[in-house]
Design a protein around this ligand. Sequence first.
Ligand code: SAH
Length: 241
Amino acid sequence: MTKRFHIIICLCVYSFCSVCCVASEPKEEEYTRLRHEMVKNQIESRGIFHPRVLDALKTVPRHRFVPEKNRNLAYNDHPLPIGEDQTISQPYIVALMTEILNPDPDQTVLEIGTGSGYQAAILAQLYKQVYTIEIIESLGKRSQNLLAERGYRNVQVKIGDGYQGWKEHSPFDAIIVTCAPTHIPEPLKEQLAEGGKMIIPVGEAYDQRLVLLVKEKGKIREKEVIPVRFVPMMGENGKTY
Ligand code: SAH
């Protein structure tokens, strides 16, 4: 009888421990280790060397910007769902787009497509002021709260259609667009400062190019970077641009 009782107790303790081990989240130090590995293996190894960009990627806790059930995957080499059928970009694409802009701590940047708020947090480490626009209210509000909770005081989030830009705060030294229209929005070109840079995915679903635009003497120069795959830019009528 006592032996059977012992066996039952042991089984209970064993099951409890294994459930805890499987379900428990990695500790912050483990996430920090994964983040540093991500920068080394996915970012530096692909030729991103800008020291401030690498520092920002090592600092911002990407796992805090993805839904809890996906946290363990936050440092993997692929995009992740963030709800509302939207995704947070692959870390390398975030790094590449940020490096291309050559961020300056005295400048302002406009982001279109706040999504999870991760790219905005990276920009907040690198620019004096970040303006970011999200069309889906629930995502915009969540990111606004998360960014405020994490102490990013130089980020302003607006819910609205980023195709129109944010005229009151223009011109912007840099513009980064993280959803893909089929053409480059005219208001964004107008709101780019002299000498400013815009990085934007352009094209139809599944056939987009990342394009860099530079404004010099009022004229815009365009250069294709690489093929990419972003979610489409949507209008307030629910149609794609
Ligand atoms: N930069 C984000 C990735 C966002 S995915 C991050 O770091 O997580 C693209 C986002 O663009 C989605 O959240 C989508 O809702 C948003 N979006 C699509 N069309 C938009 C528009 N016209 N204006 C603003 N945001 C838009």
